[in-house]
Design a protein around this ligand. Structure first.
Ligand SMILES: NC(=O)c1ccc[n+]([C@@H]2O[C@H](COP(=O)([O-])OP(=O)(O)OC[C@H]3O[C@@H](n4cnc5c(N)ncnc54)[C@H](O)[C@@H]3O)[C@@H](O)[C@H]2O)c1
Ligand SMILES: O=c1ccn([C@@H]2O[C@H](COP(=O)(O)OP(=O)(O)O[C@H]3O[C@H](CO)[C@@H](O)[C@H](O)[C@H]3O)[C@@H](O)[C@H]2O)c(=O)[nH]1
Length: 436
């Protein structure tokens, strides 16, 4: 099939590349000229494991092309995916200006039947809105479908190629049939394609993300309470997770959820509730608890090193909002950095993939080390913000030798408390005993 994907970020580029992988002829459109030139020169503009191999293979096969022209995109694909940003607006709602803006141009440029697919995460009622905007100018038939994306950064290719479910919200038989044909190769394992109305599809996405954010937040509160009463959250987590009704996944406490999705999506659902006279009390709590959790290590650090950190250097391992990505959107590390700079500390950082993105944002406010051990040299304490695999089994002797004092604040509970006691570290983590 001929497919167009508008927006080539984490979702659009993965969608376009994976659809090309199953034999479709894909044209990707992006407004960012520099990005399009890089992709035309066979450069993957983001870090996403395994994407490079598929990207290269499909460009070579002539199935994956790039342009800045929406007009060209509309002439090409029978199905037009919108994988555009829906960032948080000032009032917490999802900013639909990118989606609506492109929809308006689609209405003007469309010359034959097209299926317009909302792949972006958009509030309930957006398919209706997009339909109305396109209809203002359209002179030909079209359908708007809601097809939310559930991929995770770091696992995006795998999640797209083998999705646990595909949700299609559509009231048009013609569009539904085309979408089912397109996705058939991706559900050979028997995972379902769920067909529903547009509004239910739109809400399924927000409900899923908000539920997962609430699950994490619940565990973070249990962890905070563990610290008060002397329980160990790791033991509680395992005890809870073995109940199949609860499940083992997404129960890891830490310094809060971040990223380009959970923070904005929870807020957008909350705002959607407000707009419809519904007060999502549970989401209120999730937002507030998570905001605090991002800097949960700071009171521990201040208690140990003092409130004024002038003359002290703190090292940080991990800047990305989670491992296996270079994405720093809403990363807890940035909130911690802000607190430390505010208290006068110098900061030395290391992340395997996210250093360039942080450099672009914070410039010379930080020192950027070229290795994990380089980052800790002559620093007064180490903070761990992201659980990259390389941080999981460090050389503790090297750690002790490099740090001015052997102090670690671990925001991701990477090490056993007993091991840290044996290794002679002062060790603070989340929801577990302090080692002093
Ligand atoms: N990142 C994820 O893991 C993920 C997963 C599921 C759903 N989503 C949702 O998917 C959507 C896209 O997210 P993302 O992370 O891929 O965003 P992103 O910011 O990485 O990429 C968006 C792309 O759209 C391009 N763009 C902006 N305006 C444009 C226009 N007028 N015409 C063409 N291109 C334009 C930008 O240049 C950029 O390349 C959001 O709604 C997000 O909530 C994201
Ligand atoms: O037990 C856990 C699991 C995750 N997190 C944090 O939660 C955030 C989100 O993690 P994850 O869900 O793995 O990453 P995303 O790539 O943001 O993916 C989420 O957001 C996407 C965008 O909507 C959805 O498509 C995915 O299904 C959804 O998992 C990160 O900060 C993690 O550190 C925890 O603190 N504890």
């Amino acid at each position: 099939m001929k497919i167009t994907v508008v927006g080539t970020g984490y979702v659009g580029l993965v969608t376009g590349t994976c659809l090309a992988e199953t034999g479709n002829d894909v044209l990707c459109v992006d407004i960012d000229k520099h990005k399009v030139t890089r992709m035309q020169n066979r450069e993957v503009p983001i870090y996403e494991p395994h994407l490079d191999i598929l990207f290269e293979r499909n460009i070579n096969a002539g199935r994956l092309k790039f342009t800045t022209s929406l007009e060209e995109g509309l002439a090409h694909g029978q199905i037009i995916f919108l994988a555009l940003p829906t960032p948080e607006d000032e009032d917490g709602s999802a900013d639909l200006s990118y989606v609506v803006g492109v929809a308006r141009n689609i209405g003007k440029l469309m010359t034959e039947y097209r299926v317009i697919v909302d792949k972006s995460t958009v509030p309930v009622g957006t398919a209706e809105k997009v339909t109305a905007v396109i209809a203002e100018h359209a002179t030909v038939d079209f359908d708007v479908v809601s097809n939310p994306e559930f991929l995770r950064e770091g696992f995006a290719v795998d999640d797209f190629m083998k999705p646990e479910r595909i949700v299609i919200g559509s009231s048009s038989d013609r569009a539904t049939e085309l979408m089912q044909r397109l996705y058939k190769p991706f559900v050979r394992s028997g995972n379902p394609i769920l067909i529903m109305d547009e509004k239910s599809a739109e809400l399924t996405k927000y409900a899923s993300n908000s539920f997962l954010a609430a699950k994490i937040t619940f565990m973070n509160e249990i962890a905070n309470f563990c610290e008060r009463v002397g329980a160990d959250v790791d033991k509680v987590r395992i005890g809870m997770g073995t109940d199949s009704r609860i499940g083992k996944r997404f129960l890891f406490p830490g310094i809060g959820y971040g990223g380009s999705c959970f923070p904005k999506d929870v807020k957008a659902l909350h705002k959607s509730g407000k707009d419809n006279n519904y007060n999502f009390q549970i989401l209120d709590a999730v937002i507030n608890v998570n905001d605090k959790q991002k800097t949960a290590l700071i009171p521990k650090l201040v208690k140990h090193l003092g409130d004024d950190l002038t003359g002290k250097t703190i090292s940080i391992w991990g800047l990305a909002f989670k491992p296996e990505t270079d994405d720093i959107r809403e990363a807890p590390s940035l909130y911690i950095i802000d607190e430390l700079l505010g208290r006068g500390a110098k900061i030395s950082v290391f992340d395997p993939e996210a250093m360039d993105n942080v450099k672009a944002k914070l410039g010379d406010k930080l020192e950027y080390a070229d290795s994990m051990y380089g980052a800790i040299a002559n620093t007064d304490a180490l903070i761990i913000c992201t659980e990259w695999s390389i941080f999981r089994t460090p050389n503790f002797t090297k750690l002790r030798e490099n740090l001015n004092q052997p102090i670690i604040f671990d925001g991701r509970n990477l090490y056993d408390v007993a091991d840290m006691e044996k290794e002679g570290f002062t060790y603070f983590s989340i929801g577990r005993k302090e080692v002093l």
